[in-house]
Design a binder for this molecule. Structure first.
Ligand code: SF4
Length: 321
């Protein structure tokens, strides 16, 4: 598999207001390197505040990194001005968490889907109508004539997210970053939407960055999983290897926290990962997980572990290995 996207030592730091006269440095992403192959799905998993959304937005060049490089299709796009990014804007698309805010409530479904085609000067009017109809069929919003004239408020949350997926796919992108794409829609439609995305991703061979806090769905829908904690990747492997043989204490805690069905077919309560949830403001020195780690040693408080390959395709950043 050739690389579609490569992130090299990406750091995203910014200053945030803390009180009336003080600002603090926030290290949202702190030295992340990863690559995504063509047609590959990489899941980025971690609690909220770990930097996964910032990393996804950086990969789309919606945020410029403080340092590091973004290589897409062999081209360094880190510092390209917006005027030279039009080709990239067509090839890279986003699906955000909230389908309510990511589409214009005053546009019909047809207008929502036609907008990116007009923006990129694609097709005649008739060709565009054909593309819109095909996109709606792809996301199973049929009969298409009926859905074309609807406004977002006339759709359910799941249907709105299908429109967002159709809009992302209509330009036939090579890369999609999907940030918690099902977390704001009702539980009954979540699996359906995830299976639909997987089906379309495979059909069109799109490289997919799937951002989630839910390691259980990451297992089903990805080729590799990267676990992120306080701006860093702490472990990365294929799903089966990562879930069955987690090495990093944080990954072990994430897996422990996944609720299991009980014999009565109801879900047991989700366990909470012990300790304070991560905050990128004033992160601890050494290993950032050390205040929550049950295996903490002296060197963990001062020395930051580096991500290293422990066995083929399985990388971990922890002094235990
Ligand atoms: Fe725990 Fe130390 Fe490993 Fe960090 S480096 S996860 S503190 S054992």
């Amino acid at each position: 598999m050739t690389d579609l996207l490569r992130l090299q030592d990406i750091k995203v730091y910014f200053r945030s207001r803390a009180g009336l006269f003080k600002t603090v440095e926030v290290k949202a992403v702190d030295g992340v390197s990863l690559s995504l192959g063509r047609g590959e799905t990489l899941a980025l998993v971690g609690e909220s505040g770990c930097g996964k959304t910032t990393l996804a937005r950086t990969s789309l060049r919606l945020i410029r990194p403080t340092s590091g490089r973004i290589i897409f299709d062999g081209a360094d796009i880190t510092h390209l001005p917006e005027s030279e990014l039009k080709w990239f804007r067509r090839k890279a698309q986003a699906i955000f968490q909230d389908p309510y805010s990511s589409i214009d409530p005053f546009m019909t479904v047809k207008q929502i889907l036609e907008e990116p085609l007009i923006l990129h000067k694609i097709g005649s009017r008739e060709e565009r109508m054909e593309m819109i109809a095909r996109a709606l069929e792809d996301v199973k919003l049929t009969p298409v004539e009926e859905f074309m004239g609807k406004y977002p408020h006339m759709l359910s949350g799941g249907q709105r997210q299908r429109v967002v997926i159709a809009r992302a796919l209509i330009l036939r992108p090579e890369y999609i970053a999907a940030d918690e794409p099902v977390s704001m829609i009702d539980a009954s439609s979540r699996a359906e939407i995830l299976y639909l995305m997987k089906e379309l991703q495979e059909r069109y061979g799109v490289g997919f960055l799937y951002i989630t806090h839910d390691i259980a769905t990451a297992r089903h829908f990805s080729d590799r999983i990267a676990v992120m904690y306080l701006g860093k990747i702490v472990e990365m492997a294929e799903p089966r290897e990562l879930i069955e043989n987690p090495l990093h204490p944080y990954t072990q805690a994430l897996i422990e926290a996944v609720p299991e069905p009980d014999p009565n077919n109801r879900f047991r309560e989700r366990k909470v990962i012990p300790g304070e949830p991560p905050s990128p403001i004033n992160p601890p020195p050494g290993c950032k997980f050390h205040p929550r780690c049950p295996y903490v040693m002296d060197r963990c408080r001062t020395e930051e572990p580096q991500l290293q390959e422990i066995k083929k395709g399985h990388l971990v950043a922890c002094h235990l290995y």
